[in-house]
Design a protein around this ligand. Structure first.
Ligand code: C5P
Length: 301
């Protein structure tokens, strides 16, 4: 085997409930993740010269670091350390997930790199061990391996699958510039101003919407505790959300730590109408459509 291709999805948080800060500096979360059909592809090849190299095309080309600062690179190093395999791979990421957008694109690449290297190096690492390595890399990395719809607790890494009916149709408004996840959490703390924060919870209404495949109810139930912080750091997002809702979206929310805004549509045609109108409104850099849930990271070639 000289080449392995892994396809990995973006995520949206249908609900993101942010609890108190823990002693380790992370926030205790209760979130409902959904994997959506917007994919990065990671190709792992046996290199001519031993060592790890990383190249990238698509979103973020020429902007993202291609060394240890890149989570996909770190995933390859971590897997080699864990398995004892020789750390030798040429990784190429073809990126379609918006960068620093709250859709976990960096985490997706790390999950894909773990799976691609594990396959290329013929390690067959058990799923639980891959998930533990994913957790070491970042809070959202285990979900990128897992996919589907899942409740995330702890810092987001403890996953419980949720049975969901049918498919939801999403429109994503992608901003010009990313937002830093730590900065958004810090702004959330600042806005809370030292008040006592209740424990995070999973919304019953949201679970009901997901189980029933009820897009109307989902639209009403979307909620993100990081949204006020993202709006505070990027006030134009208020306008983006208003435009989406004026266009008839069933609901809109900032995705994760933002700045991407996610809108639920009734069906594919409705999603296309919203996407076209959002593009024409000029409030965002670009617009993407996708449906979810979809599977997590998978070897495709
Ligand atoms: O785990 P990850 O590296 O993706 O987290 C990035 C940053 O987001 C953390 O350094 C922290 O500032 C913030 N974070 C948090 N609580 C979480 C997840 C992330 O405060 N549950």
């Amino acid at each position: 085997m000289s080449s392995v291709t892994v396809r990995v999805p973006a995520k949206v948080n249908l609900q993101l409930s942010v609890g108190p800060v823990r002693p380790d500096g992370f926030h205790e979360l209760a979130t409902i993740f959904q994997a959506v059909g917007l994919f990065d592809e990671v190709v792992a090849r046996t290199p001519a010269v031993p060592g790890i190299t990383l190249t990238l095309s698509g979103e973020g080309e020429g902007e993202l670091p291609l060394d240890e600062r890149n989570l996909a690179y770190r995933a390859a190093v971590l897997l080699a350390e864990h398995t004892g395999a020789e750390p030798s791979v040429d990784l190429h990421i073809h990126k379609a997930i918006p960068i620093a957008g709250g859709m976990a694109g960096g985490s997706a690449d790390a999950a894909a790199a773990l799976l691609a290297c594990d396959t290329l190096w013929r390690q067959s690492t058990p799923r639980e061990e891959l998930t533990a390595l994913a957790t070491e890399l970042g809070s959202d990395v285990p979900f990128a391996l897992h996919g589907g719809t899942a409740i995330g607790t702890g810092r987001g890494e403890n996953l419980t699958p949720v049975l969901s009916r049918g498919s939801f149709h999403w429109v994503f408004a992608v901003a010009d510039q990313g937002l830093s996840t730590p900065a958004v959490y810090a702004e959330c703390d600042r806005l809370r101003g030292g008040r006592t924060v209740p424990d995070p919870y999973v919304s019953d209404m949201l679970m009901q919407a997901v189980r029933a495949g009820d897009a109307l109810l989902l639209g009403k139930a979307l909620h993100n505790d990081l949204q006020p912080a993202a709006l505070s750091l990027r006030p134009v997002l208020r306008q983006v959300l208003e435009v989406g809702e004026d266009l008839g979206a069933l609901g809109g929310v900032v995705s994760g730590s933002g700045p991407t805004c996610a809108f639920v549509a009734r069906d594919d045609e409705h999603a296309l109408d919203i996407a076209v109108a959002l593009t024409a409104s000029g409030v965002c850099r670009t617009v993407r459509r996708a449906s979810g849930p979809v599977a997590g990271a998978r070897v495709t070639g």
